[in-house]
Design a protein around this ligand. Structure first.
Ligand SMILES: C[S@@+](CC[C@H](N)C(=O)[O-])C[C@H]1O[C@@H](n2cnc3c(N)ncnc32)[C@H](O)[C@@H]1O
Length: 237
């Protein structure tokens, strides 16, 4: 797809989405203010500084749209972030602590992994399929001197789950059913008791006998309120 076509698509989309984007911006600011008390950690602030700098010229949203346009993906709007305050609420409710290894599936720019590794103190692994995101996140980890606690892997969530996670987090509301099915199968092969957190749908919808939903609660995103499902891996012998 040539640059002009990309430009035309982005301009018409921008016009259509203009009123919605104002509402989303207001919500984003409100969420950011609510998260303020939880960000005052030197390593996290350093990573935020480098992360913002690396996405200053070309935003994460733009980079993601360009990637999926080039791939001729049926849906090019795969980028979205869990508001930090929502992530904090999920972590508290699930009880994630420094002893955990957190795997974020579809980690995008890596912000959640940076927050968990620096503020909560757990090891964090981010799996993401856009190479540019992974490369930038690795730079941020190295420049913020936290590469011993957080790492990023470029790959497909339907094919691999790196590391030895005790907690897996997936926020992907427009993923194809077939991909979620493959992700659920990979999760079912993890150790019994591993917690898998999913936004908007439980994995029992895809693989009923391999998971037990242990908690479900409402959370806020910029686009509205949805349910987070916490399920643990089970196995019948
Ligand atoms: C909605 S964003 C979520 C970002 C981040 N996890 C958060 O909650 O703030 C979903 C991310 O998953 C990535 N993704 C989509 N399909 C994937 C796949 N098959 N394997 C790995 N990552 C994927 C997208 O590129 C995008 O960055």
């Amino acid at each position: 797809m040539d640059c002009q076509t990309k430009q035309r698509i982005s301009l018409s989309e921008k016009l259509k989405l203009w009123p919605l984007s104002i509402l989303v911006s207001v919500r984003e600011w409100r969420f950011a203010l609510q998260a303020l008390p939880f960000i005052w950690h030197r390593t996290f602030l350093r990573s935020e500084w480098w992360r913002c700098l690396l996405f200053f010229q070309r935003s994460a949203w733009r980079l993601s749209v360009d990637y999926y346009l080039d791939k001729n993906a049926p849906d090019i709007h795969c980028f979205g972030e869990t508001p930090l305050i929502t992530l904090i609420r999920i972590c508290r409710r699930v009880g994630i602590d420094a002893n955990d290894e957190f795997l974020e599936v579809g980690a995008a720019t890596g912000r959640n992994c940076f927050w968990l590794s620096s503020v909560v103190g757990c090891r964090a692994v981010g799996l993401e399929q856009i190479p540019d995101f992974v490369h930038r996140a690795e730079c941020v980890a190295s420049w913020s001197q936290c590469a011993d606690q957080v790492r990023f892997v470029c790959g497909d969530m339907g094919e691999m789950l790196p590391g030895h996670p005790s907690v897996v987090y997936l926020y992907g509301s427009n993923l194809e059913n077939e991909l979620i099915q493959r992700f659920a199968t990979l999760c079912s092969e993890l150790s019994v008791g591993v917690m898998v957190i999913t936004v908007s749908y439980p994995l029992t919808d895809y693989l009923q006998e391999s998971f037990e939903v242990v908690d479900a609660f409402p959370v806020a995103f910029t686009w509205g309120v949805t349910t987070v499902y916490v399920q643990k891996v089970i196995r019948y012998d």
